[in-house]
Design a protein around this ligand. Structure first.
Ligand code: CNA
Length: 564
């Protein structure tokens, strides 16, 4: 049976039980979109400078009414949140210590009007904590390729987070690379306003033919797993893979035998009727996929036919016709033509998660369990732009080392070591450095063919990644070295060394490595919401600072897939 059917149940507390104080029917997942926040924020009350100072006075009064936390207490809270996670934080500070939300929010620099409803307070708390979680600080003690090799060698519970980039060398395009699906869909003039519509549930219901005229390109077939897939299997064989969270739907990790696998976005292994929800094996729609045909549910279709045969022919009672003759007077709905030729048809869709669909609860369960075990995170081949999977990196304890292996930088998150370049080359280089006890398993597709690996071995041994200045960023063949983020790192570290030189001759004022992190975060930071931020003693800053925009506004799974 499929991966979807074989759910692994991990004993842990589901989020709903951690938030009993939530108003009934509410969830931490029904936050407003960033657009809503924008609207709220940008409403101009038409006030001038006088109104501004009046507003400042009002804010000051509100702040004075709240007992402030000390700097140390705020630091401890942030530390607790980043290490123990959002649910543990809420349990401790909201439920056990019973701190009123306005006071807690003020500690994080957010002042809310007294009339804010309980429901909105919870909503704002969730946004605020998520933002704190997203600002991970780099570990300064992990910088080099050798550090990465040491970490792999000694870690017992590695979490892998993988994306489309691990399968591009197998011939399956990713979404966002210059040769990826989005670029192609734009070029090839599909009837799409936006390439994401190809994977949008509402669009699918309206025009399933568009998806099915394309699906064969990503349908798992005779692809051979890449060295990145084999790397996951190697970690599993060495008993140090806690779980591979993959966003991929191509079945290649299964094909190489990885078992500790979570298909976060589902897979083609099964398909379901959108009307009666019957699940079919993926093979049932395979012929349709390759023939670019929309599969319909055989059960519903048979029932429809049966009903059509049994139903007496519809007789239009002339007395009820409208004067215009366009439809029944008492049922204007009948005048509506079907929205599309597919409306009402029992469409079958592969069980891959489209934009607009929930992820399986298993994502939450696994993440809640794994965050307590993980000792190393390796992210390979993903732009980290699809929530909620992209948020996994923020929800693991922040002190756990995080490594990125990718062609392009991921500038909205701080990894400890960034290995940029072709993923296959990088993992082969790491395996080479790990030593003779480690090797990539040969996939069954290659077992009876001469393996290129031995020829590769010499080439791999020769690889010397290039370090970007004295930073934690290393460039391998295939790296997008022209990316602005790489240049920023280079500049910041060049300045750093210049200032070091200068300071040895008496000058001061170096941008530190932190400055790079800050710089690139600012670069990637979306527009801001004006929210008052107090100074650390709880007093307001002269002008409110901002919360960064929360485009994916989720905390822990069970959420629509959004492209940030
Ligand atoms: P993405 O947004 O297209 O990002 C892919 C990332 O991989 C980019 O940052 C590239 O720099 C990087 N990359 C591409 N090729 C390589 C390479 N050879 N070596 C190293 N890095 C490389 O895709 P994401 O995975 O981040 O987005 C998640 C989407 C993509 C999920 O919803 C998937 O279902 C979806 N998707 C999956 C597949 C697949 O299953 N193979 C294919 C296309 C899209």
């Amino acid at each position: 049976m499929s991966e979807l059917a074989s759910r692994q149940v991990v004993e842990t507390v589901p989020p709903a039980q951690v938030f009993p104080a939530l108003p009934p029917g509410q969830s931490f997942q029904d936050l407003p979109s960033s657009d809503d926040e924008d609207e709220d924020d940008q409403q101009d009350d038409g006030s001038g400078p006088d109104a501004d100072s009046e507003e400042d006075r009002r804010l000051q009064e509100m702040i004075d009414a709240i007992e402030p936390f000390s700097d140390q207490e705020v630091d401890d809270m942030i530390e607790y949140l980043k290490e123990r996670g959002l649910f543990a934080f809420v349990k401790r500070y909201v439920q056990e210590l019973d701190i009123p939300l306005p006071r807690l929010l003020l500690a994080f620099g957010v002042l809310i009007p007294p009339e804010t409803t309980a429901e909105n307070q919870v909503r704002i708390l969730k946004i605020t904590l998520s933002r704190v979680l997203r600002a991970r600080n780099r570990r300064q003690d992990i910088n080099t390729v050798d550090d990465v090799v040491d970490l792999i060698r000694k870690s017992k519970n590695i979490v892998l987070l993988t994306g489309a980039g691990v399968s591009t060398s197998c011939g399956i395009p990713d979404f966002r690379s210059p040769t990826g699906l989005y670029a192609r869909l734009k070029e090839e003039h599909w009837e799409l306003d936006d390439p994401q519509q190809m994977f949008d549930l509402s669009y699918f219901k309206e025009k399933p033919n568009v998806f099915y005229s394309f699906a064969k390109e990503i349908y798992p077939s005779n692809f051979v797993p890449s060295p990145c897939h084999r790397f996951a299997k190697m970690l599993e064989d060495h008993q140090c893979l806690l779980r591979n969270y993959t966003q991929n739907i191509d079945g290649l990790f299964e094909s190489v035998g990885v078992e500790r696998l979570l298909n976060c976005h589902g897979s083609f292994a099964t398909a379901s009727c959108l009307r009666c929800r019957t699940k079919f094996p993926g093979s049932a729609i395979e012929a349709d996929v390759f023939a670019s045909r929309v599969p319909l549910c055989p059960l519903c279709s048979a029932m429809d036919e049966e009903q059509a045969k049994l139903a007496p022919p519809v007789r239009q009672p002339p007395a009820k016709w409208s004067a215009s003759g366009k439809g029944f007077e008492d049922d204007p709905e009948d005048e509506r033509p079907p929205a599309s030729e597919w409306e009402g048809k029992p469409l079958v869709k592969p069980d891959i998660v489209f934009f607009g669909e929930m992820l399986s609860d298993e994502f939450d369960r696994c993440l809640l369990h794994d965050r307590e075990q993980v000792d190393l995170l390796i992210v390979i081949g993903t732009s980290l732009r699809v929530a909620p999977v992209s948020q996994l990196v923020s929800h693991l304890p922040h002190s756990v080392p995080q490594i990125l292996i990718n062609r392009d930088p991921v500038s909205h998150h701080n990894f400890d070591v960034v290995l940029l370049g072709d993923g296959d080359t990088i993992v082969k280089h790491l395996v080479h450095k790990l030593g003779s006890e480690w090797s990539l398993p040969v996939p069954r597709q290659l077992q009876d063919k001469p393996v290129q690996d031995s020829a590769d071995a010499t080439a791999v041994a020769m690889i010397e990644p290039e370090r970007v200045a004295e930073s934690h960023v290393w460039l391998y063949p295939g790296a997008n070295r022209d990316h602005r983020w790489v240049q920023l790192v280079q500049e910041a570290f060049d300045e750093d060394s210049e200032v070091e030189d200068a300071s040895s001759s008496g000058t001061t004022g170096a941008p530190t490595e932190d400055a790079v992190d800050q710089k690139h975060l600012e670069e990637a930071a979306p527009p801001a919401l004006d929210v008052p931020v107090p100074a650390s003693d709880g007093r307001p800053a002269s002008r409110p600072r901002s919360l960064e925009q929360d485009s994916d506004n989720d905390v822990l799974g069970k959420k629509v897939k959004l492209d940030a």
